[in-house]
Design a protein around this ligand. Sequence first.
Ligand code: NAI
Ligand code: 13P
Length: 329
Amino acid sequence: MKITVIGAGAWGTAMAMSAAAHPAGHQVCLWARDAVQAREMHDSRQNMRYLPGLAFAPGLQVVQGDALDAVADAELVIIGTPMAALREWLQRLQHLHAPVAWLCKGFEAGTGLMPHEVCAEVAPQLRCGALSGPSFAQEVARSQPSALVAASRDAGVRHTLVEALHSPSLRVYGNDDIVGVEVGGAVKNVMAIASGLCDGLELGLNARAALLTRGLAEMTRLGVALGARADTFMGLSGLGDLMLTATGDLSRNRKVGLLLASGMGLAQAVESLGHVAEGVYSARTVLARAQALGVDMPIAATVVDLLDGKVAPAQAVHRLMERDPKQER
Ligand SMILES: NC(=O)C1=CN([C@@H]2O[C@H](COP(=O)(O)OP(=O)(O)OC[C@H]3O[C@@H](n4cnc5c(N)ncnc54)[C@H](O)[C@@H]3O)[C@@H](O)[C@H]2O)C=CC1
Ligand SMILES: O=C(CO)COP(=O)(O)O
């Protein structure tokens, strides 16, 4: 199969590497917008900026220039950019016949739309879906065992994604609940910031378990209110990715929480990552959608106030602990 991945950050590159190492022998193009980075990757056969030391399989070709040329004969296109660039790319790719899947996890800043809602607005005729689930780029690029979920309402798109990417080191499960999968991917990033804060303040393992359990409840409440199935949140893109991102030190969102707990300001924390931390941009939109639906999300609300500088790290925790007792739901 011919596969083109747009965006050569950590995750786009890791997905391109995984596809190129697939036993079916796919031809994979990795399109990078930065000409210098593309040349460097082409010459060194690795992504020195985002995944140094991990060699590309021979089936991976780095391309630059007009992206529409790079997708022209692709049988599958994967958009590997952050959420902020999704709209622009869906607009550019709107006339493609091949299925298009995005990797970004978040709600669009400003509009508060989920990725598939952005697609419905700008490219309604596109055959599309989301790839999500617990998957640090470094581990997938090393072919360490991982599992993803391919979410689409179109069974043909799910089938193409499984056929293209399911391999001995990567299990890809299909799910038609794209709302649930995308809410899980967006909200777990916000909860990972809270978890990093909790661990940075050394509140203990009990506190972290409580935080993540209540975080999962918030995620599920919002998802169900938006039309998702509750059982999706017990799966890879819900509980699975929450566990990984909130406890795994490879997470950039978790790192933001740890850095804020250490006293660093938000701008410096974000700058020091060198990668996108989507929770920083999605937290407000997640909360705004919850508020519009009358869904209570106290942890997400606290993360927003923390990011806005309205509450200091230690106060944030007190605010959650001082809430009135309630029934567990
Ligand atoms: N890194 C990871 O382990 C995982 C990341 N994700 C999600 O994947 C998305 C991308 O994350 P990363 O690759 O880690 O980010 P990153 O920060 O490593 O790289 C982002 C890349 O996107 C490129 N980019 C930005 N705007 C662009 C545009 N308009 N056109 C083309 N390229 C553009 C940048 O040049 C950079 O190469 C995020 O939404 C993230 O939440 C999902 C699962 C795992
Ligand atoms: O989504 C991820 C793992 O599934 C990556 O999380 P971070 O963006 O927090 O690193």
